[in-house]
Design a binder for this molecule. Structure first.
Ligand SMILES: NCc1[nH]cc(CCC(=O)O)c1CC(=O)O
Length: 311
């Protein structure tokens, strides 16, 4: 089938999201020089509402309006951070993932105006983050620090930090790189020090089911190892059935020999309990690995921890 003449790409309108779209346009232009692209920016509930996300009705605060543009035919292709796409339920009916782009850095970074590292931060330092995953892990390893709620896109968070609303920030390395602000990073945290979220650093392309001309055109942007990692991580979360307030981390990785493993954790919000599992896929497919790791954590009591957290 011949490639479409025009691909309309829908995305959130934050600087990070628009930078992601530019990456997709550049990769598409290299693959299909004849295809034109147009950007359809939308504001999502998650961009408009800067309060507690668990108070927004339903999941998908960063994806709902993007999905709607795809389904209504206003756009043909959506670019998402996999991290922001709910994994506890299937994609909206009528849509599918057409490709997962090569994964960026999965790690979180500390941003401190004077360049201090996490271990150097003095008692009482206010760390801006609304992420229950980051809060729980910091509480466990650095109980003398204080997390303060911090929402808004990465550029807004950096502006709030500059305005003194916190003393330091935790943000994804990949996000800072995308907005061209890797210069503010004072320390890149190892995945042992700060386990990443499901889908960290992965961009997914989503389209209407059955739009085969488009699927054919963009599938060449897909990265097979990233696809396996995203599939294992998302199935893990699907089986575990977390909610917005449950601190969960997970990181699948294809190593140099092509072996896939998945390490994952469930925490209590205060970080005092941490369940761990780490398994290799061996002959299992990625989704079965995700299921197996989720079951391993459920056997350790993950359900009771997750359900015991108010949401
Ligand atoms: N929750 C917002 C969000 N969604 C994806 C990223 C980072 C980029 C990525 O992991 O793809 C960020 C920002 C952050 O957590 O610092």
């Amino acid at each position: 089938m011949s490639a479409p003449e025009l691909i309309r790409i829908v995305s959130r309108d934050s600087p990070m999201a628009l930078a992601q779209v530019e990456r997709v346009r550049a990769e598409l232009a290299a693959l299909h020089p004849g295809v034109r692209t147009e950007v359809v920016p939308v504001k999502t509930t998650g961009d408009k509402w800067l309060g507690d996300l668990s108070r927004v009705e339903g999941k998908g605060a960063f994806t709902k309006e993007v999905d709607a543009a795809l389904l209504s035919g206003e756009a043909d292709l959506a670019v998402h951070c996999v991290k922001d796409v709910p994994a506890d339920r299937p994609l909206p009916a009528g849509t599918v993932f057409a490709a997962f782009l090569k994964r960026d850095d999965v790690r979180d970074a500390l941003v401190h105006p004077d360049g201090l590292t996490l271990d150097e931060l003095p008692e009482g330092t206010r760390v801006g983050t609304s992420s229950v995953r980051r809060v729980a892990q910091l509480a466990a390893t650095h109980p003398h620090l204080r997390c303060v709620p911090f929402r808004g896109n990465a550029n807004r968070r950096l502006a709030k930090l500059a305005a003194g609303e916190a003393d330091a920030l935790l943000l994804a390395v990949s996000g800072l790189e995308r907005i061209g602000r890797a210069d503010v990073i004072s320390e890149v945290l190892s995945t042992e020090a700060m386990m990443p979220p499901i889908g960290a650093g992965i961009l997914a392309l989503q389209c209407r089911e059955g739009d085969s001309a488009l699927i054919d055109a963009v599938s060449g942007l897909g990265h097979p190892a990233t696809h396996r990692e995203a599939t294992a991580e998302r199935m893990f979360l699907h089986v575990l059935q977390g909610h917005c307030n449950s601190p969960i981390a997970g990181h699948a990785h294809v190593d140099r020999s092509g072996e896939l493993s998945l390490r994952a954790c469930v925490f209590t919000p205060d970080g005092k309990v941490r369940l761990n599992a780490h398994e290799w896929a061996g002959r299992l497919d990625p989704a079965t690995l995700g299921t197996s790791v989720a079951v391993a954590l459920l056997r350790q009591g993950a359900r009771e921890i997750i359900d015991g957290i108010a949401h």
